[in-house]
Write a protein that binds this ligand. Structure first.
Ligand code: GLP
Length: 225
């Protein structure tokens, strides 16, 4: 696991977007896994800027998302589907047929999750982008998630809602992972990820057993390590 400590969120976003640009330029048909949330937003903005400047081309890139609320309509502004289209996909030249998103509108959860997992296995994620929850969750793999977990429906304890998420094993199958963390609120999670016991009580800690993971965090998120 490689650790990159940066000054602040601005710098974090820059480092992350430059890694992504580099990976896409090395392999134009890169398969990417996308996280949502506040943390990667600025990095996505940087990528749009780089695309507009002709520094990167997404026309052959494939995209998968990490998680989605359930049930949720595509038209709901809270969903990860809208987030990815509004903050990123609508502003670059990605081919819509290469975008694979967990469907929060599905009537058949079992089939949706099985098909998604199969598709992930077949496509093989080259580069997975991750955020981290304050309790060390990745995707919606909350504490208690096993390292064998695959795409499934989970309960969200804090909101009493549900979500679909790819599992720990689905994430670990990615060839390269970059995890982003910014701000004091993430300090405990970064501590358990980097220094805690590897196990289900801190799902992000499983990344310590991954061969090619880069953790990028700012001073505030890293103050406990
Ligand atoms: C949510 C999502 C994750 C995300 C995390 C951090 O729980 N399921 O995919 O990475 O929160 O979000 P933020 O970047 O807004 O702190």
């Amino acid at each position: 696991m490689k650790l990159i400590k940066v000054k602040n969120h601005l710098e974090l976003s820059k480092v992350a977007s430059e890694i992504i640009i580099d990976e896409v330029n090395k392999k134009p048909n890169l398969t990417m896994g996308f996280a949502t949330g506040k943390t990667p937003k600025k990095a996505y903005k940087n990528l749009i800027k780089a695309y507009k400047l002709g520094r990167v081309d997404f026309s052959k890139v494939s995209a998968f998302n990490l998680d989605e609320f359930y049930p949720i309509k595509h038209s709901n502004s809270r969903n990860n589907y809208k987030y990815l289209f509004n903050t990123f996909f609508n502003h670059i030249n990605i081919d819509k047929k290469n975008i694979h998103l967990l469907n929060g509108e599905t009537k058949n959860i079992k089939k949706e999750c099985e098909d998604y997992e199969k598709n992930l296995k077949k496509s093989k994620i080259d580069l997975q982008i991750l955020g981290i929850g304050e309790n060390g969750h990745i995707g919606f793999n909350e504490p208690g998630s096993s390292k064998e977990s695959t795409t499934r429906i989970v309960d969200l304890k804090h909101t009493k809602g549900k979500a679909l998420t790819i599992g720990i094993s689905s994430i670990m199958n990615a060839k390269k992972i970059i995890l982003l963390a910014s701000g004091k609120k993430k300090a405990k999670a970064i501590h358990c990820l980097v220094k805690g016991k590897v196990g289900s009580s801190c799902p992000a800690s499983f990344l310590r057993n991954h061969k090619n993971t880069v953790i990028i965090f700012d001073n505030r998120a890293g103050y406990l390590i």
